[in-house]
Each structure stands twice: as structure tokens, then as C-alpha cells.
Design a protein around this ligand. Structure first.
Ligand code: PEP
Ligand code: MG
Length: 328
């Protein structure tokens, strides 16, 4: 099948009934950008900027951040790169970052991390915003914020980036031609305030890794729990169904950037829910594209609706059967 996936590289990611599904990749290192051409992806749907911080012995200076972002944008060419601002803290602790004694955390995944930390220590966020803006001079900058729990956090983060943009403008620096702002939906509470949040957003990206751990209250890194809850469980799919439909109502582009989208059957379910942008691990692009090209999206949509409305528990079994019957 390897040769088949290589041949797949230059074929469009379109379903048999003509629906376009954007296939992007998750990345974090300079080298990852090369994968775009290798697998034939539409862009980088999640660039985890904290990787540079995690592999560095000291805090990466702004110029160093900017160089990385520029290299990644150059490698991507015309294709979009969605940069996620640092998701550090919690379990991704930086050895060189001072923490106070009262900062011990019993539940680091639910702790002082990501946007929470970034908004409190805003010097870090300001430097990153400037690095992103300057690296994107003459291009469109896509930036998204991790672990948004309430709309004000998104608004504050966005205002911080906008403030840097205005400052650079005052300095007569060359700026991005546009900045598109997005939020990650990883905290379930955010799903209840989409009517407030979505009008302020350019795009939403669902992070199913963290979202699942919070929906099921099950540590994503716990060996005894890792396989316990199925991504194709009706609870997750009903949750995602509501989020995706709300985004469609507000005409806000929505994608999935968690590992879920890289598994063929899970990707099938997401497309059945109406998701048209997946950001996945590069090795999954070939297999997922092959699946996309073989399916009838409308038929799949009807099936997913039936399964969710009827309260079918074994959705994995039913989707497998559907795919096998159609030789997918
Ligand atoms: C997620 O939580 O689904 C996600 C994409 O972010 P990360 O895996 O980096 O936490
Ligand atoms: Mg996450």
C-alpha cells in the first residue's frame, strides 16, 4: 500500500461525491515542515510552538523564535501555517522557568498552563507575538490560542497580539497582510459559550486529545486509562456534533487537530459530522486521503445522523461495517 500512498500525494483530497476535505499536518520542529511536500498536505494545521521551548536549555530569545517561524513559513510556501502560541506549564514544565513554591500542582493538566500562564506572564507572550508578526511580514499570519476556557481569555490574547501589531506599525516595520485569529476548543466549558465566542473568531480548532481527557475526566497519559474510552464513543461524537453544527451556523471554519483525526475510522466519523479540515500526523495523510477519495460524504452524513439520534452504542462497529461493505 506504500506505493499507493505515494501516488496519493498529488491527488486532491475530495470525496467521491465532490466534497473537499482539507488535510493539514501537525508539526513542531523546523524539519517537520519538509513533511508537507512529502505527503502532499494542504498546510500545517497545528504548529506546536512550545517544542522549541521544551528542547532548549535556556529561554529561546525572540530573534530565535522568529527565525524558526520564518523558516517554517518559507517551507510551507503558499500553504497556511497555523501557529499555536506556547502551551507550556503543567506537564510541559520548562526547567529554566522559575516557579514559586506555591506553584506545586496536583493536577498539572488542569493547572497553570498554556494561555493561563501566558496571560499572567505576558512578557513571554508579547515576545512571541512580535516574533510571529515579524516572521509573517507580507504573508497571512494564522495564530491560535491553546486551552481557552472562557471568551475573555481569547479576547485578551488577541488584544495582546493586536497591540504588538500596532506597535510594529508605529515602528514602520513590514507587517503581515492579514492576521487570522483562532481558539482551540479543548476545555468542554467553551462549547457552552460558542454563541459568544464564535462571532469574534476567524476559525476554531478542536483539540480532541485534551478535550477527551476532560470530557471523560481521564488523564490522557495514564497507562491504565489510555485505551479505556473510545474516541468513537457516542458521548464524544454527540459533543463534537453540536460544536461542529454551531460553527456551521456561525459560518466559522472548524477543524480537528487532535490525534483522533489521524485514525482512518475516526476521521471517517468526523467527516460524517461535517468536519472539513483535519490536521493530523504526516504519516496518516496518505491513508486518510485514500479513505476520503473512496467515500460518499452525503451517505456518511445520513448514517452518522441516524447513529447519533438512535443512541447506538457500538458506533465503531457500525462504521467499520459500513466501510467494509463499501470496500473502503
Ligand atoms: C489536543 O489537546 O488535542 C492538542 C492538539 O494539543 P496537544 O496535544 O498539544 O495538547
Ligand atoms: Mg492540547
Amino acid at each position: 500500500r506504500r506505493a499507493e500512498f505515494v501516488a496519493m500525494r498529488d491527488l486532491p483530497s475530495v470525496t467521491a461525491d465532490g466534497q473537499r476535505v482539507e488535510l493539514m499536518v501537525n508539526a513542531g520542529l523546523r524539519e517537520d515542515a519538509q513533511a508537507l511536500d512529502m505527503v502532499g498536505a494542504d498546510g500545517i494545521g497545528l504548529f506546536r510552538t512550545e517544542f522549541q521551548f521544551l528542547v532548549s536549555a535556556t529561554l529561546p530569545q525572540r530573534e530565535k523564535q522568529q527565525r524558526l517561524y520564518k523558516d517554517v513559513l518559507d517551507a510551507a510556501g503558499d500553504r497556511p501555517v497555523i501557529f499555536r502560541t506556547v502551551d507550556i506549564g503543567g506537564d510541559k514544565a520548562l526547567p529554566y522557568m522559575q516557579r514559586d513554591d506555591d506553584e506545586h500542582e496536583d493536577n498539572p493538566a488542569m493547572g497553570w498552563r498554556a494561555l493561563r500562564l501566558a496571560l499572567d506572564r505576558d512578557a513571554l507572550m508579547k515576545a512571541q507575538a512580535r516574533a510571529l508578526l515579524e516572521a509573517s511580514a507580507g504573508k497571512v499570519l494564522h495564530v491560535m490560542f491553546p486551552m481557552v476556557s472562557e471568551p475573555w481569555e481569547y479576547e485578551e490574547a488577541r488584544a495582546l497580539v493586536e497591540h504588538q501589531r500596532e506597535w510594529l506599525q508605529g515602528q514602520k516595520k513590514k507587517l503581515p497582510i492579514a492576521v487570522r485569529y483562532g481558539a482551540m476548543l479543548e476545555v468542554p466549558a467553551l462549547a457552552e459559550v460558542l454563541d459568544i465566542l464564535l462571532p469574534k473568531l476567524d476559525f476554531l480548532s478542536i483539540g480532541t486529545n485534551d478535550l477527551t481527557q476532560f470530557l471523560f475526566a481521564a488523564d490522557r497519559a495514564h497507562p491504565k486509562l489510555a485505551e479505556r474510552y473510545d474516541w468513537l464513543s457516542i458521548a464524544i461524537l454527540r459533543f463534537l456534533d453540536r460544536v461542529v453544527r454551531t460553527c456551521h451556523d456561525y459560518q466559522v471554519p472548524v477543524g480537528v487537530c487532535g490525534e483522533m483525526g489521524g485514525r482512518t475510522l475516526e476521521a471517517l466519523a468526523l467527516i460524517g459530522l461535517g468536519v472539513r479540515r483535519l490536521s493530523i500526523t504526516p504519516a496518516s495523510v496518505g491513508p486518510v486521503k485514500a479513505m476520503i477519495r473512496a467515500i460518499d460524504a452525503e451517505e456518511l452524513r445520513v448514517l452518522m445522523r441516524e447513529l447519533l439520534d438512535a443512541g447506538v452504542i457500538d458506533i465503531r462497529g457500525r462504521l467499520t461495517q459500513w466501510a467494509v461493505e463499501r470496500n473502503i
